[in-house]
Write a protein that binds this ligand. Structure first.
Ligand SMILES: [Zn+2]
Length: 436
Protein backbone atom coordinates (compact mmCIF):
# COMPACT_ATOMS: atom_id res chain seq x y z
CA UNK A 1 0.00 0.00 0.00
CA UNK A 2 1.36 3.44 -0.86
CA UNK A 3 2.15 5.48 2.26
CA UNK A 4 -0.40 8.16 1.41
CA UNK A 5 -3.22 5.63 1.04
CA UNK A 6 -2.27 3.91 4.30
CA UNK A 7 -2.24 7.23 6.09
CA UNK A 8 -5.55 8.37 4.64
CA UNK A 9 -7.09 5.09 5.72
CA UNK A 10 -5.66 5.57 9.19
CA UNK A 11 -7.05 9.00 9.80
CA UNK A 12 -10.26 8.18 7.89
CA UNK A 13 -10.49 11.45 6.04
CA UNK A 14 -13.76 12.72 4.71
CA UNK A 15 -13.87 14.56 1.36
CA UNK A 16 -13.14 18.24 0.97
CA UNK A 17 -15.42 19.49 3.67
CA UNK A 18 -14.50 20.80 7.08
CA UNK A 19 -13.17 17.81 8.97
CA UNK A 20 -11.76 17.05 12.37
CA UNK A 21 -14.18 19.41 14.05
CA UNK A 22 -13.57 17.26 17.08
CA UNK A 23 -9.90 18.27 17.43
CA UNK A 24 -9.46 18.94 21.13
CA UNK A 25 -6.14 20.61 21.47
CA UNK A 26 -6.65 23.83 19.52
CA UNK A 27 -7.17 27.20 21.11
CA UNK A 28 -10.03 29.41 20.00
CA UNK A 29 -7.91 31.47 17.51
CA UNK A 30 -6.48 28.22 16.16
CA UNK A 31 -9.98 26.91 15.54
CA UNK A 32 -10.66 30.10 13.59
CA UNK A 33 -7.49 29.59 11.55
CA UNK A 34 -8.58 26.06 10.65
CA UNK A 35 -12.06 27.26 9.73
CA UNK A 36 -10.59 30.03 7.55
CA UNK A 37 -8.58 27.43 5.62
CA UNK A 38 -11.67 25.31 5.07
CA UNK A 39 -13.58 28.35 3.79
CA UNK A 40 -10.85 29.12 1.24
CA UNK A 41 -10.22 25.62 -0.13
CA UNK A 42 -12.60 25.88 -3.10
CA UNK A 43 -10.94 29.10 -4.29
CA UNK A 44 -7.55 27.52 -3.72
CA UNK A 45 -8.43 24.57 -5.91
CA UNK A 46 -9.64 26.88 -8.67
CA UNK A 47 -6.36 28.78 -8.50
CA UNK A 48 -4.43 25.51 -8.61
CA UNK A 49 -6.28 24.44 -11.74
CA UNK A 50 -5.61 27.78 -13.45
CA UNK A 51 -1.91 27.69 -12.60
CA UNK A 52 -1.45 24.08 -13.74
CA UNK A 53 -3.12 24.89 -17.07
CA UNK A 54 -0.41 27.46 -17.84
CA UNK A 55 2.62 25.60 -19.19
CA UNK A 56 5.68 26.65 -17.21
CA UNK A 57 8.39 24.24 -18.31
CA UNK A 58 11.65 25.79 -17.12
CA UNK A 59 12.68 26.82 -20.64
CA UNK A 60 9.26 28.31 -21.48
CA UNK A 61 10.16 31.72 -20.08
CA UNK A 62 6.83 33.34 -21.07
CA UNK A 63 4.92 30.59 -19.29
CA UNK A 64 7.04 30.85 -16.14
CA UNK A 65 6.43 34.62 -16.08
CA UNK A 66 2.72 34.12 -16.65
CA UNK A 67 2.43 31.71 -13.70
CA UNK A 68 4.46 34.25 -11.73
CA UNK A 69 2.02 37.03 -12.52
CA UNK A 70 -0.97 34.84 -11.59
CA UNK A 71 0.47 34.19 -8.12
CA UNK A 72 1.79 37.73 -7.85
CA UNK A 73 -1.77 39.06 -7.86
CA UNK A 74 -2.66 36.72 -5.00
CA UNK A 75 0.26 37.83 -2.83
CA UNK A 76 -0.54 41.48 -3.56
CA UNK A 77 -4.13 40.85 -2.45
CA UNK A 78 -2.66 39.82 0.93
CA UNK A 79 -0.71 43.07 1.21
CA UNK A 80 2.64 41.85 -0.12
CA UNK A 81 4.96 44.08 -2.14
CA UNK A 82 6.10 42.07 -5.15
CA UNK A 83 8.84 42.30 -7.75
CA UNK A 84 9.98 40.21 -10.67
CA UNK A 85 13.72 39.54 -10.83
CA UNK A 86 14.83 39.13 -14.41
CA UNK A 87 16.79 35.92 -15.01
CA UNK A 88 18.71 36.83 -18.15
CA UNK A 89 22.02 36.85 -16.19
CA UNK A 90 21.58 33.11 -15.61
CA UNK A 91 19.63 32.43 -18.86
CA UNK A 92 16.30 31.59 -17.25
CA UNK A 93 12.97 33.40 -16.84
CA UNK A 94 13.70 34.83 -13.37
CA UNK A 95 12.08 34.75 -9.94
CA UNK A 96 9.07 36.25 -8.18
CA UNK A 97 9.78 37.84 -4.78
CA UNK A 98 6.97 38.96 -2.46
CA UNK A 99 7.53 40.68 0.88
CA UNK A 100 5.40 41.81 3.77
CA UNK A 101 6.87 43.40 6.89
CA UNK A 102 5.25 42.57 10.21
CA UNK A 103 5.35 44.35 13.56
CA UNK A 104 8.73 45.53 14.81
CA UNK A 105 10.71 42.58 16.13
CA UNK A 106 8.44 40.01 14.47
CA UNK A 107 10.15 36.74 13.49
CA UNK A 108 11.10 36.71 9.83
CA UNK A 109 9.86 33.78 7.75
CA UNK A 110 11.03 32.82 4.26
CA UNK A 111 8.67 30.79 2.07
CA UNK A 112 10.37 28.95 -0.81
CA UNK A 113 8.76 27.57 -3.92
CA UNK A 114 9.21 27.36 -7.66
CA UNK A 115 7.12 28.39 -10.63
CA UNK A 116 8.62 26.05 -13.22
CA UNK A 117 7.92 22.38 -13.98
CA UNK A 118 9.80 19.66 -15.85
CA UNK A 119 7.07 19.61 -18.52
CA UNK A 120 8.10 21.76 -21.48
CA UNK A 121 5.70 22.81 -24.26
CA UNK A 122 6.44 19.64 -26.25
CA UNK A 123 5.29 17.37 -23.39
CA UNK A 124 2.00 15.53 -23.90
CA UNK A 125 1.14 16.39 -20.28
CA UNK A 126 -0.35 19.90 -20.28
CA UNK A 127 -3.68 20.08 -18.44
CA UNK A 128 -5.22 19.82 -15.01
CA UNK A 129 -7.52 16.86 -14.97
CA UNK A 130 -9.80 15.97 -12.08
CA UNK A 131 -9.76 12.21 -11.56
CA UNK A 132 -12.10 11.96 -8.58
CA UNK A 133 -13.45 14.01 -5.68
CA UNK A 134 -10.10 13.83 -4.03
CA UNK A 135 -7.51 13.45 -6.78
CA UNK A 136 -6.34 15.43 -9.79
CA UNK A 137 -3.57 14.93 -12.33
CA UNK A 138 -1.60 17.73 -13.93
CA UNK A 139 1.90 18.95 -14.76
CA UNK A 140 3.33 20.53 -11.62
CA UNK A 141 0.17 19.93 -9.58
CA UNK A 142 2.24 18.71 -6.62
CA UNK A 143 5.71 19.76 -7.84
CA UNK A 144 4.89 22.39 -6.93
CA UNK A 145 2.04 24.69 -7.86
CA UNK A 146 0.02 22.97 -5.14
CA UNK A 147 2.67 24.00 -2.63
CA UNK A 148 2.28 27.66 -3.62
CA UNK A 149 -1.47 27.35 -3.06
CA UNK A 150 -0.74 25.86 0.40
CA UNK A 151 1.35 29.00 1.17
CA UNK A 152 -1.46 31.28 0.08
CA UNK A 153 -4.13 29.42 2.07
CA UNK A 154 -1.99 29.52 5.21
CA UNK A 155 -1.28 33.24 4.82
CA UNK A 156 -4.91 34.01 4.11
CA UNK A 157 -6.02 32.13 7.22
CA UNK A 158 -3.57 34.13 9.37
CA UNK A 159 -4.84 37.32 7.74
CA UNK A 160 -8.40 36.26 8.49
CA UNK A 161 -7.74 36.44 12.25
CA UNK A 162 -5.53 39.55 11.92
CA UNK A 163 -2.43 37.58 12.83
CA UNK A 164 -0.39 38.07 9.68
CA UNK A 165 1.40 41.12 11.15
CA UNK A 166 2.86 38.96 13.91
CA UNK A 167 5.43 37.73 11.37
CA UNK A 168 7.49 39.26 8.58
CA UNK A 169 7.32 37.29 5.36
CA UNK A 170 9.49 36.96 2.29
CA UNK A 171 8.36 34.62 -0.47
CA UNK A 172 10.86 33.56 -3.16
CA UNK A 173 9.40 31.59 -6.06
CA UNK A 174 12.24 30.61 -8.36
CA UNK A 175 11.72 30.13 -12.07
CA UNK A 176 14.37 27.48 -12.56
CA UNK A 177 14.29 24.90 -9.78
CA UNK A 178 13.93 21.98 -12.16
CA UNK A 179 16.78 23.08 -14.38
CA UNK A 180 18.76 25.67 -12.51
CA UNK A 181 20.43 28.44 -14.50
CA UNK A 182 24.19 28.94 -14.38
CA UNK A 183 26.19 30.24 -12.76
CA UNK A 184 24.30 28.91 -9.75
CA UNK A 185 25.79 31.71 -7.62
CA UNK A 186 23.74 34.22 -9.66
CA UNK A 187 20.69 32.01 -10.11
CA UNK A 188 20.36 31.65 -6.31
CA UNK A 189 21.76 35.04 -5.27
CA UNK A 190 18.35 36.49 -4.41
CA UNK A 191 17.27 33.38 -2.53
CA UNK A 192 20.44 33.45 -0.43
CA UNK A 193 20.03 37.16 0.26
CA UNK A 194 16.47 36.53 1.45
CA UNK A 195 17.72 33.68 3.66
CA UNK A 196 20.32 35.99 5.23
CA UNK A 197 17.48 38.21 6.44
CA UNK A 198 15.26 35.33 7.63
CA UNK A 199 15.03 33.40 10.90
CA UNK A 200 12.97 30.54 9.55
CA UNK A 201 12.80 28.96 6.07
CA UNK A 202 9.92 26.80 4.88
CA UNK A 203 9.99 24.95 1.55
CA UNK A 204 6.71 23.88 0.00
CA UNK A 205 7.93 21.01 -2.15
CA UNK A 206 5.95 17.77 -2.12
CA UNK A 207 8.76 15.98 -0.25
CA UNK A 208 8.38 12.25 -0.55
CA UNK A 209 4.64 12.59 -1.15
CA UNK A 210 3.80 11.20 2.27
CA UNK A 211 1.77 13.54 4.52
CA UNK A 212 3.16 11.87 7.66
CA UNK A 213 6.62 13.22 6.85
CA UNK A 214 8.48 16.47 6.24
CA UNK A 215 12.06 17.18 5.24
CA UNK A 216 14.64 18.56 7.67
CA UNK A 217 17.74 17.43 5.78
CA UNK A 218 18.65 17.18 2.14
CA UNK A 219 21.84 15.93 0.66
CA UNK A 220 23.68 18.38 -1.53
CA UNK A 221 24.71 17.70 -5.11
CA UNK A 222 28.22 18.24 -6.44
CA UNK A 223 29.37 17.13 -9.88
CA UNK A 224 32.91 16.13 -10.74
CA UNK A 225 34.97 15.53 -13.82
CA UNK A 226 38.08 13.38 -13.71
CA UNK A 227 40.72 13.38 -16.41
CA UNK A 228 43.72 11.08 -16.66
CA UNK A 229 46.64 10.99 -19.09
CA UNK A 230 49.20 8.34 -19.95
CA UNK A 231 52.09 7.89 -22.33
CA UNK A 232 50.96 6.40 -25.66
CA UNK A 233 53.05 3.51 -27.04
CA UNK A 234 52.65 0.06 -28.48
CA UNK A 235 50.63 -2.10 -26.10
CA UNK A 236 53.40 -4.68 -25.91
CA UNK A 237 55.55 -2.13 -24.04
CA UNK A 238 53.08 -1.28 -21.25
CA UNK A 239 54.55 -1.26 -17.73
CA UNK A 240 58.09 -0.66 -19.13
CA UNK A 241 59.98 1.70 -16.87
CA UNK A 242 59.94 4.58 -19.34
CA UNK A 243 56.36 3.96 -20.63
CA UNK A 244 54.22 3.31 -17.56
CA UNK A 245 50.63 2.17 -17.13
CA UNK A 246 48.54 4.32 -19.46
CA UNK A 247 45.54 6.53 -18.84
CA UNK A 248 42.91 3.81 -18.43
CA UNK A 249 44.77 1.90 -15.69
CA UNK A 250 45.28 5.20 -13.91
CA UNK A 251 41.53 5.87 -14.11
CA UNK A 252 40.77 2.34 -12.90
CA UNK A 253 43.14 2.81 -9.96
CA UNK A 254 41.48 6.06 -8.95
CA UNK A 255 37.90 4.80 -9.20
CA UNK A 256 38.72 1.61 -7.30
CA UNK A 257 40.41 3.64 -4.57
CA UNK A 258 37.37 5.96 -4.33
CA UNK A 259 35.18 2.91 -3.94
CA UNK A 260 37.37 1.19 -1.35
CA UNK A 261 38.21 4.28 0.67
CA UNK A 262 34.87 6.11 0.81
CA UNK A 263 32.22 3.53 -0.10
CA UNK A 264 29.73 2.62 2.59
CA UNK A 265 29.85 5.87 4.60
CA UNK A 266 26.31 6.76 5.67
CA UNK A 267 24.64 9.43 3.50
CA UNK A 268 27.72 9.77 1.27
CA UNK A 269 27.44 8.62 -2.33
CA UNK A 270 29.66 9.25 -5.34
CA UNK A 271 28.88 7.81 -8.69
CA UNK A 272 30.91 7.73 -11.89
CA UNK A 273 28.13 8.20 -14.44
CA UNK A 274 30.02 7.87 -17.71
CA UNK A 275 33.55 6.92 -18.72
CA UNK A 276 35.36 7.17 -22.06
CA UNK A 277 39.02 6.53 -22.72
CA UNK A 278 41.52 5.65 -25.43
CA UNK A 279 43.82 7.52 -27.75
CA UNK A 280 41.30 10.37 -27.77
CA UNK A 281 38.31 10.83 -25.46
CA UNK A 282 35.76 13.50 -24.75
CA UNK A 283 32.57 13.66 -22.66
CA UNK A 284 29.85 16.26 -23.10
CA UNK A 285 28.33 16.31 -19.62
CA UNK A 286 25.44 18.62 -20.63
CA UNK A 287 24.35 16.35 -23.45
CA UNK A 288 25.22 13.16 -21.61
CA UNK A 289 27.27 11.69 -24.42
CA UNK A 290 30.90 10.96 -25.16
CA UNK A 291 33.24 9.87 -27.95
CA UNK A 292 36.50 7.95 -27.94
CA UNK A 293 38.97 6.43 -30.34
CA UNK A 294 41.58 3.80 -29.55
CA UNK A 295 43.05 0.49 -30.59
CA UNK A 296 43.60 -2.79 -28.78
CA UNK A 297 47.33 -2.58 -29.39
CA UNK A 298 47.87 1.05 -28.29
CA UNK A 299 48.32 2.23 -24.69
CA UNK A 300 45.55 4.68 -23.80
CA UNK A 301 46.59 8.30 -23.77
CA UNK A 302 43.54 9.83 -22.13
CA UNK A 303 40.46 8.96 -20.11
CA UNK A 304 37.51 11.04 -18.87
CA UNK A 305 34.86 10.33 -16.25
CA UNK A 306 31.91 12.45 -15.16
CA UNK A 307 30.13 11.77 -11.90
CA UNK A 308 28.33 13.22 -8.90
CA UNK A 309 28.81 13.37 -5.16
CA UNK A 310 26.06 13.65 -2.54
CA UNK A 311 26.62 14.39 1.13
CA UNK A 312 24.51 15.39 4.12
CA UNK A 313 26.68 18.21 5.42
CA UNK A 314 29.30 20.59 4.10
CA UNK A 315 31.84 18.88 6.41
CA UNK A 316 31.06 15.46 4.96
CA UNK A 317 31.20 16.79 1.40
CA UNK A 318 34.51 18.57 1.93
CA UNK A 319 36.06 15.60 3.71
CA UNK A 320 35.12 13.38 0.76
CA UNK A 321 36.57 15.88 -1.71
CA UNK A 322 39.85 16.03 0.22
CA UNK A 323 40.14 12.25 0.20
CA UNK A 324 39.32 12.09 -3.53
CA UNK A 325 41.96 14.77 -4.23
CA UNK A 326 44.50 12.75 -2.25
CA UNK A 327 43.74 9.58 -4.23
CA UNK A 328 43.88 11.39 -7.56
CA UNK A 329 47.31 12.82 -6.73
CA UNK A 330 49.01 9.45 -6.23
CA UNK A 331 49.54 8.37 -9.90
CA UNK A 332 50.70 5.15 -11.52
CA UNK A 333 54.05 5.41 -13.39
CA UNK A 334 54.05 7.97 -16.22
CA UNK A 335 50.45 9.03 -15.75
CA UNK A 336 48.79 12.18 -14.50
CA UNK A 337 45.28 12.93 -13.28
CA UNK A 338 43.12 15.90 -12.40
CA UNK A 339 39.68 16.18 -10.80
CA UNK A 340 37.44 19.23 -10.89
CA UNK A 341 34.42 19.60 -8.56
CA UNK A 342 31.39 21.82 -9.14
CA UNK A 343 29.10 22.36 -6.14
CA UNK A 344 25.58 22.69 -7.58
CA UNK A 345 23.40 22.38 -4.48
CA UNK A 346 24.71 22.69 -0.92
CA UNK A 347 23.63 20.09 1.66
CA UNK A 348 20.95 20.95 4.23
CA UNK A 349 22.15 19.29 7.42
CA UNK A 350 19.61 18.08 10.04
CA UNK A 351 20.33 20.78 12.62
CA UNK A 352 18.80 21.14 16.07
CA UNK A 353 16.86 24.16 14.80
CA UNK A 354 15.39 22.16 11.93
CA UNK A 355 14.32 19.47 14.40
CA UNK A 356 12.68 22.11 16.58
CA UNK A 357 10.71 23.48 13.65
CA UNK A 358 9.62 19.96 12.71
CA UNK A 359 8.52 19.43 16.33
CA UNK A 360 6.29 22.52 16.09
CA UNK A 361 4.85 21.29 12.80
CA UNK A 362 4.32 17.84 14.31
CA UNK A 363 2.59 19.26 17.41
CA UNK A 364 0.30 21.40 15.25
CA UNK A 365 -0.59 18.35 13.19
CA UNK A 366 -1.38 16.22 16.24
CA UNK A 367 -3.48 18.97 17.79
CA UNK A 368 -5.39 19.31 14.55
CA UNK A 369 -6.11 15.58 14.69
CA UNK A 370 -3.92 14.79 11.67
CA UNK A 371 -1.42 12.59 13.49
CA UNK A 372 2.34 12.83 13.85
CA UNK A 373 4.79 14.15 11.25
CA UNK A 374 8.24 12.61 11.11
CA UNK A 375 11.46 13.47 9.29
CA UNK A 376 12.03 11.95 5.85
CA UNK A 377 15.09 9.71 5.60
CA UNK A 378 17.67 12.09 4.06
CA UNK A 379 18.90 9.30 1.80
CA UNK A 380 15.52 9.65 0.03
CA UNK A 381 15.43 13.45 -0.23
CA UNK A 382 17.09 15.03 -3.26
CA UNK A 383 18.57 18.49 -3.50
CA UNK A 384 16.15 21.45 -3.55
CA UNK A 385 16.09 25.22 -3.22
CA UNK A 386 15.66 25.15 0.57
CA UNK A 387 19.23 23.86 0.72
CA UNK A 388 20.49 27.36 -0.14
CA UNK A 389 19.30 28.54 3.28
CA UNK A 390 21.63 26.10 5.06
CA UNK A 391 23.74 27.91 7.62
CA UNK A 392 21.84 31.18 7.07
CA UNK A 393 18.61 30.57 9.02
CA UNK A 394 18.00 29.22 12.53
CA UNK A 395 15.40 26.71 11.43
CA UNK A 396 14.42 25.17 8.08
CA UNK A 397 11.89 22.60 6.95
CA UNK A 398 10.72 21.47 3.51
CA UNK A 399 8.20 19.11 2.00
CA UNK A 400 5.12 20.75 3.49
CA UNK A 401 3.37 21.32 0.15
CA UNK A 402 0.49 19.50 -1.52
CA UNK A 403 1.04 15.74 -1.39
CA UNK A 404 0.66 13.15 -4.11
CA UNK A 405 2.55 10.83 -6.35
CA UNK A 406 4.37 10.51 -9.66
CA UNK A 407 6.24 13.84 -9.73
CA UNK A 408 8.35 14.40 -12.87
CA UNK A 409 6.23 11.89 -14.81
CA UNK A 410 3.02 12.16 -16.81
CA UNK A 411 1.36 10.31 -13.91
CA UNK A 412 1.78 13.23 -11.50
CA UNK A 413 -1.28 13.10 -9.24
CA UNK A 414 -2.28 15.23 -6.27
CA UNK A 415 -4.27 14.11 -3.28
CA UNK A 416 -6.43 17.20 -2.93
CA UNK A 417 -7.48 16.24 0.59
CA UNK A 418 -3.99 17.18 1.73
CA UNK A 419 -4.44 20.81 0.58
CA UNK A 420 -6.37 22.03 3.66
CA UNK A 421 -4.40 19.68 5.94
CA UNK A 422 -1.05 21.11 4.92
CA UNK A 423 -2.31 24.71 5.00
CA UNK A 424 -3.68 24.24 8.53
CA UNK A 425 -0.50 22.61 9.78
CA UNK A 426 1.60 25.47 8.39
CA UNK A 427 -0.72 28.25 9.56
CA UNK A 428 -1.01 26.90 13.11
CA UNK A 429 2.73 26.23 13.39
CA UNK A 430 3.35 29.85 12.27
CA UNK A 431 0.76 31.20 14.68
CA UNK A 432 2.50 29.40 17.53
CA UNK A 433 5.92 30.52 16.29
CA UNK A 434 4.75 34.13 16.27
CA UNK A 435 3.74 33.87 19.94
CA UNK A 436 7.11 32.61 21.13
ZN1 LIG B 1 9.92 20.83 -7.05
Amino acid sequence: MRPIIRWLALVALAPLTPVFASAQELTEPEHRIAAAVDAAVADGLALLERSVNINSGTMNFDGVREVGSLFRTEFERLGFATRWIDGSEWTRAGHLVAERAGEAGAPSVLFIGHLDTVFETDSPFQRFHRLSDSTAAGPGVVDMKGGIVVMLLALQALAEIDAVDRLSFTVVLTGDEERAGRPISLARRDLREAAERADVAIGFEDGDGDPTTAVIARRGATTWRLHTEGRPAHSSQIFREDIGSGAIYEMARILTAFHDSLGGEEFLTFNPGAVVGGTTADVDAEEGRGTATGKMNVIAQTCEVIGDLRALSIEQRDRAKTEMDRIVAEHLPHTSAKIIFDDAYPPLAPTEGNRRLLAMFDASSRDLGFGPVEAVDPARAGAADVSFTAGLVDMAIDGVGLMGDGGHTVDEIADLRTLPIQAKRVAIALWRLSGE
